[in-house]
Design a protein around this ligand. Structure first.
Ligand code: PLP
Length: 421
């Protein structure tokens, strides 16, 4: 039987070495994606910067890899910041995002030497100004704007939606209040504006609409600013998704932007993008062991030894994935099945109505394109340990994250409920 091979290692070898469920990344694919961004996101009209939106898959091993390619990193919490600080990414390349950074997290940023903060609202900017004064430290700020464009997959809508929890509206009272804070502060420098219009964007017009709006805003300043376009570049989960290759996607965005700059005479200093999913999603797969099967009047279930704890996306927002039986790739797919997990939730279904071959207990199921928001959204629900993460290249595997042990699960539990105080 034909077996799945990832960078020279069979699924069987990986499972024998590391067990299941197992997150497996093809390191060569990760590197190709990193190359595609670094080679193609360049312009003669402005500087460019690529930040890995690390929420997609944040581990020290992944951050060390992106550091090799000179990328910076976008973090959104004290935990992500802490992880980034332990990695090879230089502190000056860490950008701190988030709509409700706590005082403790902001202090951590100041104390660890973070220089780039993306401010999401007026209260946050006020606090950053106070802390900058206290620490006597210069900080470079981008303001996250809500441009009223929402893009998801093949649709985008221009809304007058002003109620998003993210960002502020250009020209609004809050916006004016932010400008006043910059006027007063000796430490804050308004570097530019940030916008993130959505996820899984395949529709170029959405990018073009966002660029048009942002250039209009940048034109009101008398110095060249930074335009941060955020992330959201689409990937392939199933045949329904037809993403553009990274190279082409970057070329189209850059050529539109350069054309607009020439047409309008606006000058900008730097353009930043924050790809997350598109760097890691398709480079990752998850291997599961198939356990029992069950036939109901209308469904044939294949149960696997993972599920919503290692991939919440299908249960959370009906995300779709493709799969195969990794050790029976050439077997005829005669069964119409539902792949369900082992968690105590009826919604714990990974894939509905998929054709697979007949299987036996112990066969290995592969779910493709699980590299983004899988491990990073994992939980210990039902006290299932988080799977290991391995990178594979040239016929060898290395463990990036160890599988949690049962002891890890109770590490913070206090026997007898602690002391009453
Ligand atoms: C501000 C910001 N930048 C970048 C990203 C990354 O998006 P993606 O993983 O779709 O590229 C996100 C995702 O939510 C985001 O909120």
């Amino acid at each position: 039987m034909k077996e799945l091979v990832i960078e020279g290692m069979t699924a069987g070898e990986l499972v024998a070495q590391y067990g299941t469920p197992l997150y497996v990344y093809d390191q060569a694919k990760l590197e190709n994606n990193l190359e595609a961004y670094t080679q193609n996101f360049k312009s003669d009209l402005f500087q460019t910067k690529i930040l890995y939106a690390s929420k997609a898959f944040q581990t020290i091993g992944m951050l060390d890899l992106i550091a090799n390619y000179g990328l910076g990193v976008d973090v959104v919490s004290g935990g992500e910041l802490y992880t980034a600080l332990q990695s090879d990414v230089p502190v000056e390349k860490i950008h701190f995002h988030g709509n409700n950074k706590t005082t403790e997290e902001l202090r951590m940023a100041f104390e660890s030497g973070i220089v780039h903060i993306v401010a999401d609202n007026v209260m946050e900017l006020e606090e950053i100004a106070e802390l900058a004064e206290e620490y006597q430290r210069a900080v470079t700020i981008q303001i996250r704007l809500n441009v009223g464009i929402e893009a998801h997959t093949h649709e985008y809508i221009v809304t007058t939606h002003i109620d998003s929890k993210f960002g502020i509206a250009f020209g609004s009272e809050d916006y004016q209040a932010c400008l006043a804070i910059f006027e007063k502060s000796d430490y804050l420098h308004l570097e530019g504006f940030h916008v993130h219009i959505g996820s899984q964007i395949f529709e170029m017009d959405a990018w073009y609409a966002a660029i048009d709006k942002m250039l209009g805003y940048l034109a009101t300043f008398d110095y060249p600013m930074t335009l941060n376009l955020g992330g959201g570049f689409g990937v392939r989960y199933t045949d329904e998704d037809q993403p553009m290759p990274i190279k082409e996607n970057m070329e189209q965005i850059l050529s539109y932007l350069e054309g607009k700059l020439q047409e309008t005479g606006v000058t900008i200093n730097e353009v930043v993008i924050e790809p997350g999913r598109s760097l890691v999603a398709e480079a990752g797969i998850t291997l599961y062991e198939i356990g029992y099967q069950k036939q109901t009047p209308n469904k044939h279930y294949y149960f696997v030894d993972g599920g919503m704890g290692d991939n919440i996306r299908p249960s959370l927002y009906q995300a779709k994935y493709a799969c195969d039986v990794a050790n029976k790739l050439d077997a005829e797919k005669t069964e119409l099945v539902t792949v369900a997990g082992k968690y105590c939730e009826s919604g714990d279904v990974l894939i509905h109505d998929v054709h697979l071959p007949p299987v036996e207990k112990g066969d290995v199921l592969v779910v493709y394109s699980t590299g983004a928001y899988g491990y990073s959204m994992s939980s210990n629900y039902n006290r299932n340990p988080t799977p290991a993460v391995v990178f594979v290249k040239d016929g060898k595997a290395r463990e990036i994250v160890k599988r949690q042990t049962l002891a890890d699960l109770i590490r913070n539990d206090v026997k007898n409920g602690g002391e009453w105080k």
